[in-house]
Design a protein around this ligand. Sequence first.
Ligand code: AMP
Length: 428
Amino acid sequence: MIQAVRGTKDILPTDIGAWQALEATFRRIAGQFGFQELRTPVFEHTELFSRGIGETTDIVGKEMYTFLDQGQTSLTLRPEATASIVRAVIENTLVEKNPLLRLWYMGAMFRQERPQKGRLRQFHQFDAEILGSAQPEADAESLLLAYTILRAIGLTAFELRLNSLGNTESRLRYREALQAYFRPHISGMSADSQHRLEKNPLRILDSKHPEDADAVKGAPLLTEYLDDASQRYFESVQKILVALEIPYIADARLVRGLDYYCHTTFEFVTTRLGSQNAIGGGGRYDGLFEQFGGKPTPGIGFAFGIERLLLLLEEEQKTPTSDTQCDLYVIALDDESSPLGMKLAQALRLRGLTVITDALRRSFKAQMRDADRTKARFVAIIGEKERLSQSAIIKNMATGEQHEMALEDTGTLYQVISGTEKTHIDIR
Ligand code: AMP
């Protein structure tokens, strides 16, 4: 038996209703904010991610699914969406056509992490980006969209943590301060942190190694190194959030895993999912376009992990459903009646009803059981007698009431089954 690859999951028909309901909410709300969908390929040149996300990050350092294709080109299954979206925007000159782009994306991402609850190797994200604005309104809108979506799907057990990484100058000064602070401690710290000290000391703050915890706790805070312009920017963002009544917690220790962030950075966290507590996150990335050879274009965006949202919804007993209702189940009593049954089913589908027929040539009893299983509201029964008179017995499964009706009169059949038929005359 060949099994699914570790860290991947089948999404079964019993679960798909929840996925579809979430996806519909993402689409609807992103659309209400004026965001448009952009779809990029599942794989890209490896360089896009190594350059865009950063060589010293966990993603690039140890989690990418990278392979050589038959032509010896190094390709990588995308570990996240932002780099691909920025590439697509540059390549298709989208910013030149519209100075403010609002884009969303939904799809599978791939990271070779150690699988556990809420952590997969193929997982799914919903992602939204605002490109072209270096104003705090864009940061606030991005946060408002994320917050609106979380509330719309019914989540309450989450917190928004917010920080600013400041501009490049502030980050450089902070970087030096961090290096000076960690140097005396570094020999007792993890190999990962030792490796990061010179290349990317900010990432040490993200360390999950217990031997790093004490040193990290005492590290200087980035907020102390923000220059006036960065400080003012952060304050403007917060002012809008307060006006919009979006609750948040300023968290001076929040630095996110990817290299390309500056200024606003944020994470939505929950206490309900154990160690995989991040349900989504994002931030501003003003230098990414230049890194990819595009003209300078500021950007801000976020991504939600769909599996984690679903786990949290389950935890809160709010898993959404989107049951498709079966309007009619057509039962043919013999092989010769079945083409007639299929024809009836199709005529009513073309009018918009959901109609199921049997494809197993089962007995009447077995088909009735199947009609019950599909929760059909009506059944149509066609046997030899009905075939000869070109009719069907239409049975209402809730009331048990049944009538023989002419097959050619699909208009009346439709009215009865869809419930639009006038069943009584109002004599007020
Ligand atoms: P990131 O791109 O790392 O900021 O991730 C954004 C969101 O994607 C996280 O907050 C998680 O909800 C989700 N996510 C990231 N990695 C995984 C994974 N391996 N499995 C499931 N969800 C993930």
